[in-house]
Ligand binder design. Structure first.
Ligand SMILES: *Cc1c(COP(=O)(O)O)cnc(C)c1O
Length: 379
């Protein structure tokens, strides 16, 4: 059954982007960041495409995402939960061979206790806050975190296999925090290693850093947005990346309307002439931003049209003038841009947000249709 709106996912583009990033990483391993349903592209198919493109690690934010990968049969690949929070089912994650993150001594202890219950040592990575001002240990608290980890390691509950941190401003090349974060990270790594930690991987770089900061690659890099073909630094162009998501909807209804017709809630759009209106069956319940009312463009009948009036929960309207469309004709909301359609970046620019949010918010009601033709009801 064809759904009235769908997100086509070009898995070959994802593999292409990962192999491009792998080259740019100059020998560092690639951890494909597949959190948040792979930025809306669908967790499991995307993870497999990334591995096909040369990624050797998977990264998620939440523990439930790692468990979902394992339960779907994505096993035998190192998988890191990047966000360390208390109260998660850590024993289950340890049993399923997931790498965990801690940024506080209390979380190290919680994970050590879970490892005891699981009957095997946890693989733990320590997170440093080198200037992001979010999770991870500040430099002032780092010695205490390292001590707690060494203690748990000595007791046989875990092995510290990685040290990582995250950039705040890598998408703003030349920002003074970048050089400072690299320096602080090196100092914290040195401290941990002197204290006796033997990490397999040290890692700091997101997409923007991979493409602009060869000095920050360390042992592994963590691309997210660039894997999906969207530029992490819009000011520097597209870096040869191929956008993987194309959002389409099939025209539902076309009707002739007289001049002066109000369109959609609030009548924020009123036709200025007799015209053809087309109903597009996708709305904010599918992840189309309501802020895009009267602003965003789509590609319909060979040209750009602006959304006319408010985006509703399930639908919106476009004004075709004297052109027409037939019910069932495909409308491209955004895609790679090579047929004239807007890109996710363009939608983001229009709305004052980032492309990440545009693709990630596309909802579970929109089936992801993979290039091989297999479709999933939810991503
Ligand atoms: C999401 C995330 C990334 C990927 O960031 P992009 O800017 O999408 O490349 C890397 N590292 C961590 C810890 C993340 O949470």
């Amino acid at each position: 059954m064809r759904s009235p709106a769908q997100a086509r996912i070009d898995l070959a583009a994802i593999s292409h982007n990962v192999s491009l990033l792998r080259e740019r990483a100059g020998g560092a391993e690639v951890m494909a960041m597949v959190k948040a349903e792979a930025y809306g592209h669908g967790l499991v198919p995307t993870a497999r495409a990334a591995l096909a493109g040369g990624a050797t690690w998977l990264g998620v934010a939440k523990l439930a995402e790692a468990l979902e990968l394992r339960r779907a049969g994505v096993t035998g690949v190192r998988t890191l939960v990047c966000l360390g929070v208390p109260g998660e089912p850590y024993d289950e994650a340890i049993a399923l061979d997931v790498d965990l993150t801690a940024g506080t001594p209390s979380l190290v202890e919680e994970i050590a206790a879970a490892a005891e219950r699981a009957g095997r040592p946890a693989r733990l990575q320590l997170e440093a806050d080198t200037g992001m001002g979010r999770g991870g240990s500040t430099p002032a608290d780092w010695a205490a975190l390292v001590d707690a980890a060494l203690k748990a390691e000595a007791a046989g509950h875990l092995r510290v296999v990685g040290l990582h941190s995250h950039f705040a401003c890598a998408d703003d090349p030349g920002h003074p925090s970048i050089a400072s974060q690299i320096e602080v990270f090196k100092e914290l790594v040195e401290h941990a290693e002197k204290a006796g930690i033997r990490p397999e991987v040290r890692h700091l770089s997101n997409s923007a850093a991979i493409l602009t900061l060869p000095e920050a690659r360390f042992d592994l890099v963590r691309p997210g947005i660039a894997m999906y073909g969207l530029t992490p630094v819009p000011a520097l162009g597209t870096f040869g990346l191929r956008p993987a998501m194309t959002l389409t909807a099939d025209t539902a209804v076309v009707k002739r309307a007289p001049a002066g017709s109000g369109v959609s809630y609030g009548h924020t759009y009123v036709t200025d002439r007799e015209t053809n209106l087309a109903l597009v069956p996708a709305g904010y319940g599918d992840g189309i931003p309501r802020h895009g009312s009267n602003l965003l463009e789509v590609f319909a009948g060979g040209r750009r049209r602006r959304i006319a009036g408010r985006v509703c929960m399930d639908q919106f309207v476009i004004d075709l003038g004297d052109d027409t469309l037939s019910a069932g004709d495909e409308i491209i909301l955004f895609g790679p841009g090579d047929r004239g359609e807007p890109t996710a970046q363009e939608w983001a620019d229009t709305l004052g947000t980032i492309s990440y949010e545009i693709v990630t918010r596309i909802g579970t009601r929109v089936p992801r249709v993979y290039e091989d033709g297999a479709s999933q009801g939810a991503p």
